[in-house]
Ligand binder design. Sequence first.
Ligand code: MLT
Length: 409
Amino acid sequence: MKINPNFTLLPESYLFSTVAARLRDFKASNPDAEVIRMDIGDVTLPIPDAAVKAMHAAVDDMAAKSTFHGYGPEQGYEFLRDAIAANDYRALGIDISPDEIFISDGAKSDLGNLGDIYSDSCIVAIPDPGYPVYADANVMGGRGGTERDGRWSRLVYLDCLPENGFNPLPPDAHADVIFLCSPANPTGAALTKAQLRQWIDYALSHDAIIIFDSAYCAYVASTDTVRSIYELEGARRCAIEVRSFSKTAGFTGLRCGYTVVPRDIEGVDADGSRRPLRKLWLRRQTTKFNGASYIIQRGAAALYTPEGKAQVAANVDYYMKNAARIRTAMAKAGFETTGGVDSPYIWAKSPLFSDSWALFDHFLSDLHISCTPGSGFGTEGEGYIRLTAFNTHELTATAMDRVLANAKG
Ligand code: MLT
């Protein structure tokens, strides 16, 4: 059998797998080094107690004949979709109904899988630097073209630069599908309402869709940005919002998220007829996905109880204290930094290193801190590293002491 030729175009390894391999090699040759993990955005606090209790009860449900659950609804259980619609949308005055919400096993899967419902011929725009899934998944789907100097010929790149506050504005070029992430991975920048307005106007006038990666919305602190793209008029007609319980409630290992596909959003078929994307996504999910597990969905629903909400807020607050510490220490040590205000990520550049992997090696070998090299997120990430605020207070403080001591030394 012939393989999908697009795989031969891709770099051999996914960014975070490469970082993990470098870290394993370093630890193997330096077994006594106490490396502090600030690379992949994996959390360290345990699951909020409200979710833990709900999942224990759900395990008991599975153990009794009268409450056992087999295959669940592919779109997700109503109890969770109702809780999301009420708390993440209606509470903000946003009109999203439970049947527009699709529960998933995490944002990463959906960001890649959405490619099943748009054509291979679509022109896709992605932020640079950006979450590597956007480019890699579209290359797998045959939308990349050819690669040259780290850029794909058929992708439209939205440069996130210091000059634009790392928030790209709509390009002159046409795109059919636009990936936006706000607060952004990796830079931590959040698009303002006025900037998002321009994106929605662009999408509506180009008959394009925005895939809005909102995995970090719980970290929004600024008032001039949004928690949901549907806060803005017109977004129901052009935006799909993708969210996750990973970074807010520690579900990185449990796997649960959701995607909103409003009834009003449409695409065009080969005959030029307009078709609702919600129906296509439902068709895709019912065919290829059997739903997230009942136990995990019970855990996710408990995050919307008063106790669950308070525990999630406490986790976010805990990580944001780390973010503030990292920002301050890195700036004091002479790094140019951004992020860490609306986001658990700090994006940093050193005046002494122009190469991200060299800076990564310096952090790992000399400071015993693992980070993510910015160039792994795109060519405009060259020279930067990304640090996450997801470690403990103690280890974050130790890591920043090492950075400051190195700067003085
Ligand atoms: C990251 O570190 O960018 C994220 O944790 C990766 C992910 O969520 O898949």
